[in-house]
Design a protein around this ligand. Sequence first.
Ligand code: CTP
Ligand code: CA
Length: 223
Amino acid sequence: EADLESKLPLKGKKILITAGPTYEAIDPVRFIGNHSSGKMGFDIAKRAANLGAEVILVSGPTHFKVEHSNIKVIPVTSAQQMYDACHVYFDEVDAVIAAAAVADYRPKYVAQQKIKKAGENFTIELEKTKDILESLGKIKKKQFLIGFALETENEIENAKLKIQKKNLDLIVLNSLQDEGAGFGKPTNKVTFIDHFYSIERMSLKSKEAVAEDIVNKIIAHYE
Ligand code: CTP
Ligand code: CA
C-alpha cells in the first residue's frame, strides 16, 4: 500500500475530476441543488495525487477542502460553469473521472430580484443543461473517460446505454440496492462495466477504498 505510493505509478499523468453537486439559480437567493457531498470526487483526487498524478478538480459547492501540491481545485457553481471549466482543461489531460452530480435541468429564466410570495401555486419552467461527459466523449482523442451512473431500476442495462451514449471507457455504477450505500453514507457498493460490457461487481466498502479501486483502473489502463 505505502509501497504503491512510493512508486508513483501515475507520475506524468494529468487527470480531470468533477465532484460535488451543481446549484442552478432560481433568483438571487434560491437555487435547485442536490445532496451530493463531493466526497467521492475528493477521495479520488487525493488518491490519484498521492500516486503522482497532476489533478484538476472541478468542484461544485462542497464543504470539502484539499491542500495538495498535485491538486488544483477549480470551484464552480452551475452546470454551465462546470462545463466551461472542463472544456478549458480537457485537451491537456490523459483521463477524466466525472464524479459530479450535475443538474439535468435548470430554471429557464433566472429572476433578477427575489421572487415574492403570491398565489397558492407556483411553477418554475426548467430547461436541460448540457451533458458535460457526453460533450467530452464526442471530442475525446487519447483520453480515458470514466463516468458514474446512479440507477434505481434496470441498472446494468441503463449503465451500458450510458457507456454508449457518452463514449466512455468505463462506468462506475452506484448500487443503491444495498443499505449503507450512496448519498451521505460513508460507504459505496459499485459495479464496474467497461466498454466491452464486461462486468465486475465490487463489495460494499468505504468511499476511500472505492476511490482506490477507481484509480487502480486508470493505472491498469496505462500498464
Ligand atoms: N453528467 C455530466 N453532465 C450532465 C449530467 C451528467 O457530465 N449534465 C455525468 C455525471 O457526472 C456522471 C454521468 O454523466 O458521470 C452519468 O450521470 P447520471 O445522472 O447517472 O446520468 P444522466 O446521463 O444524467 O441520465 P439520467 O440522470 O436520466 O439517468
Ligand atoms: Ca442525471
